[in-house]
Design a protein around this ligand. Structure first.
Ligand SMILES: *Cc1c(COP(=O)(O)O)cnc(C)c1O
Length: 355
């Protein structure tokens, strides 16, 4: 079997998705299943739909096109503001998009009118994380802009936190999102059916018993795929946190000193690690896996393995014993390591499970 590879257990992902759909549903919150980490992989997207997600979300139009080409017809959301160079493709995909920039929305409207269709927009409001979104005091003007343009339909309001600055969703900022929604409805005489409160980082808030206000949707990726919540990276009870593994193969395993020798200058990635204590000889085992394949710092190795270094193509570990070259081992990736493995040309994807 080809190595390195990402193994995704679709049964476990499906269990995670349907569990979160049920728990959020009990609170009046629908789930948009986010596929960007798997590049819109159609079999996984199908599992999410079968698990009851209300829509599929992806940050890249290419991935949405991949899912459409595979025959997935359900509602989709482009969860990043469209590039002006791609507005035609965005409208053609039939996805709704998250709007953060009035010029982009003007271009989307023109593309939609040109095609004789309506494009749905959810306006994103900045609530403090300082990534995407319209400042709250400018939301009214942005809504007026969308409503004035033929070709667009204002579908709702949304926010995104905990991505750039780690600002946690809480009762305060979620209440502000509800207030923004009601202000736009009141000032413009519209009803907004989508209030999308955020990503997996919103789950602690949602499950805390807090008043959800107008929030009726969350966009979930990491929690479904990795079974953890991203604020403290704690496993979510009842979910599988081992649905995904990065599998790598041993290419060398030998007894070596624990301390390098010779004059120390820079290493492949800049300043070399400080030389540690001499711990005598160790079993040094090298896997054919490196920065080109994943984020080595984001891997959790099996118990008998300790990661001590990495370069482009070599993962250097110390192991409890010698392992034959050709031995495969499973590492558990964090979100960044998983995403990088999925986007690396040298890592294949293997789907397992009975779905
Ligand atoms: C990536 C992303 C999500 C999903 O985030 P997770 O932490 O994977 O749940 C939701 N919304 C937006 C705007 C995103 O960019």
């Amino acid at each position: 079997m080809s190595c390195p590879r990402v193994e995704i257990d679709l049964d476990k992902v499906g269990h995670n998705a349907s569990t979160l759909v049920d728990r959020a549903g009990a609170l009046g919150i629908s789930v948009t299943g986010v596929t960007k980490a798997v590049l819109g992989l159609p079999p996984l997207a199908s599992v999410l739909m079968a698990s009851g997600v209300a829509a599929l979300g992806d940050s890249r139009i290419e991935n949405i096109e991949t899912m459409r080409a595979a025959g997935l017809r359900g509602p989709m959301v482009l969860i990043r503001s469209p590039m002006p160079s791609q507005v035609g493709r965005v409208v053609d995909s039939g996805a709704i998009s998250l709007g953060t920039d009035c010029d982009v929305m003007t271009l989307l409207a023109a593309a939609a009118r040109h095609r004789g269709v309506e494009h749905g927009v959810v306006l994103m409001v900045e609530l403090g994380d300082l990534r995407e979104g319209i400042m709250p005091e400018q939301l009214g003007a942005a809504a007026a802009h969308v409503l004035s343009l033929g070709g667009l339909r204002l579908r709702g309001i949304g926010a995104n936190l905990a991505c750039r600055s780690g600002i946690a969703p809480d009762a305060g900022n979620m209440a502000e999102l509800s207030a923004c929604t009601e202000r736009v409805e009141r000032e413009h005489g519209v009803e907004l059916d989508i209030v999308t409160g955020g990503n997996s980082a919103n789950l602690l808030w949602a499950f805390s018993g807090a008043d959800r206000g107008r929030v009726n949707n969350l966009r979930l990726g990491e929690s479904i795929l990795l079974g953890c919540e991203p604020l403290q990276r704690q496993p979510i009870p009842g979910l599988h946190d081992d649905a995904i593994a990065v599998v790598a193969e041993v290419i060398e395993s030998s007894r070596k000193p624990s301390r390098p020798w010779g004059r120390i200058a820079q290493s492949a990635f800049g300043v070399a690690e400080p030389v540690g204590d001499d711990r005598g000889p160790v079993w040094q085992t090298i896997f054919a896996l490196g920065h080109q394949d994943t984020d080595p710092a984001g891997l959790e190795p099996p118990g008998c393995v300790r990661i001590v270094g990495a370069s482009s193509d070599h993962l250097i570990t110390e192991t409890s014993c010698r392992f034959d070259a050709g031995t495969e081992m499973r590492f558990r990736p964090g979100y960044g390591a998983f995403m990088r493995a999925m986007t690396s040309h040298s890592v294949s994807t293997l789907l397992t499970g009975n779905r």
